[in-house]
Design a protein around this ligand. Structure first.
Ligand code: NOJ
Length: 539
């Protein structure tokens, strides 16, 4: 598959991305933890879904304090996940099957056991001292300022042997690199090139909004709106400790590295920011990320009007030429089936796969997996240990492949418990059930591939009522109406003119013929209908 078409149309504009959290995807060596050979074994599942690319969360050498987001060698595969040979085989095989491979790049911090940090903390005069962010204590011996870690507690840790504090936006085991040091920049850009040269198709760039902090180390002000439901780090308004202007220069350099390949490689940025701030991550004249992740569907109330307003705000804010993207879930956030319920999870799937912009799916959402409650003694996530209630284990439980022991994920006890419903909710069972979530995902992705209007057509809101969201996707003469019922009652679609032909429904029981006569939505139903010639719904 060529990476661009004649219209400078990168593959990812009409592609679907699938996130693999490797610890929980498939174990091949019976240690209870997923690995690269496991992913290789399950590639056909992804082929049958007809996604375009897999993004694999970190697989590099790591002490696993944050399950791989604490890298101790950027150019080695952690033995838990396999070997470099396994990786090369996976890459080759994925490519052979038409799948792109996107890796995770963690530029903000390393592991405290990375050789760079070991040197840096060895003495104040070590050549790598300035590779991390070291500062003296305040006069009273306390940390240099009030900044807090994402995972709770202060963002500074005192190093006894050299008598200074180092900064960490996350765990003390994840010291922040100093991107103001040109040697750090050069070393980290080399990491990108190392993997690009091996044939990796792109990167998801971790925690990019944390790359720089205020050089004067000004205190963050207190957040007057903080309440118990918000993570501890939000007690402060982090105006000085994240999202600093210097970040865009660094991203432009990463983009330069991606661009230096004939088939420009993809860069996706992870930043949880309000829409107007997020837009700056496309960069000046699109010199930044191809896709700054848009997580707003995760945090917006599940109501048609709120979602319509979000889509309008996001579409309107996009810079000229900036390509949109949408995300329903990932390994850091409660699963969509838990947030909106199993019925509405089908509507969410249709929304994700019919909006304008690249969709990213999270493993397990395609079979409707829900968060799994984790008893306290089994909590693994350091965030969950520091701040009970905020742990991310519930959305990271093993993939449910079949009804056999441990859901076909592993031959031994998995690192996190398998959901109780695995015997009924699994890939094997749903594969042969036309009404299953998996069949819905497969059909929606197939529809998106067939209908260019869904993948790259324009978006226009038709209407949003208390229970229904209706919008039009259009490419030239081809117009499609998407109408989603957010409620469990029947909903009339009023003034539909001319009668549209029903193309697709999320409801397996739907009779296509009756739609033309009296267009209405069944409870919790989403539909895609043909609107040809172009006409609008009125209300
Ligand atoms: C965002 C990642 O998605 C999350 O899992 C990780 O803990 C932090 N960044 C720190 O790398």
């Amino acid at each position: 598959m060529p990476s661009r078409d004649a219209g400078d149309n990168f593959w990812w504009r009409h592609g679907v991305i699938y996130q693999i959290y490797p610890r929980s995807f498939q174990d091949s060596n019976a240690d209870g933890i997923g690995d690269l050979q496991g992913i290789l074994r399950r590639l056909d599942h992804l082929v049958s879904l007809r996604i375009d690319a897999i993004w694999i969360s970190p697989i590099y050498a790591s002490p696993m304090a944050d399950f791989g987001y604490d890298v101790s060698d950027h150019r080695a595969i952690d033995p838990i996940f396999g070997t470099m040979e396994d990786f090369d085989r996976l890459l080759e095989e994925a490519h052979r099957k038409g799948l792109k491979v996107i890796l995770d790049y963690v530029p903000n911090h390393t592991s405290d056991l990375h050789p760079w940090f070991i040197e840096s903390r060895a003495s104040r005069h070590n050549p790598k001292r300035d590779w991390y962010v070291w500062r003296d204590a305040r006069a009273d011996g306390g940390p240099p300022n009030n900044w807090t870690s994402e995972f709770g507690g202060p963002a500074w840790t005192f190093d006894e042997s050299t008598g200074q504090f180092y900064f960490h936006a996350y765990l003390p085991e994840q010291p922040d690199l100093n991107w103001r040091n040109p040697e750090v920049v050069a070393a980290m850009l080399d990491v990108l090139r190392f993997w690009f040269d091996r044939g990796v198709d792109g990167f998801r760039v971790d925690a990019i909004h944390h790359l720089f902090e205020d050089e004067q180390l000004r205190d963050d002000p207190v957040n007057p709106d903080w309440h118990d439901g918000l993570p501890p780090a939000r007690q402060l308004l982090r105006i000085h400790s994240m999202d600093q202007p210097e970040v865009h220069g660094a991203i432009a350099l990463m983009r330069g590295a991606a661009k230096s390949y004939a088939d420009e490689r993809l860069l996706i940025g992870e930043a949880y920011l309000p829409i107007e701030r997020l837009m700056s991550y496309y960069g000046i004249a699109l010199s930044g990320f191809h896709l700054p992740f848009n997580f707003h569907l995760i945090s917006t109330p599940w109501k048609p009007k709120a979602i319509a307003a979000l889509i309008d705000e996001y579409e309107a804010a996009l810079p000229q030429g900036g390509w949109p993207n949408w995300v329903l879930g990932n390994h850091d956030r409660s699963r969509v089936a838990t947030r909106v319920g199993p019925e509405q999870a089908r509507i969410a799937a249709m929304l994700l796969l019919t909006l304008r912009g690249t969709p990213t799916l999270y493993q397990g959402d395609e079979i409707g997996m829900a968060d799994v409650p984790i008893p306290r003694r089994l909590v693994r996530d350091p965030f969950g240990k520091n701040a009970p209630g905020f742990g991310r284990d519930p959305e990271r439980t093993p993939m449910q492949w079949d009804a056999s022991r441990h859901a076909g994920f592993s031959a031994s006890e998995p690192w996190l418990p398998v959901a109780r419903d695995f015997a009924s909710r699994n890939v094997e069972r749903q594969s042969s059930d036309a009404g299953s979530m998996l069949s819905l995902y497969r059909a929606l992705i197939a529809l998106r591939r067939e209908e260019e209007a869904l993948a790259v057509g324009s978006y226009a809101l038709v209407y949003a009522s208390d229970n229904v969201l209706a919008y039009e996707r259009r490419l030239g003469q081809r117009g499609l109406l998407v109408a989603l019922n957010f409620d469990d009652r029947f909903e009339e679609l009023e003034s539909l003119s001319p009668p549209a032909r029903l193309l697709f429904s999320t409801d397996p029981a739907r009779e296509k013929e009756d739609f033309a006569r009296a267009p209405k939505l069944n409870p919790n139903e989403g539909i895609v209908a043909e609107l040809t010639p172009p006409k609008r719904l009125g209300r």
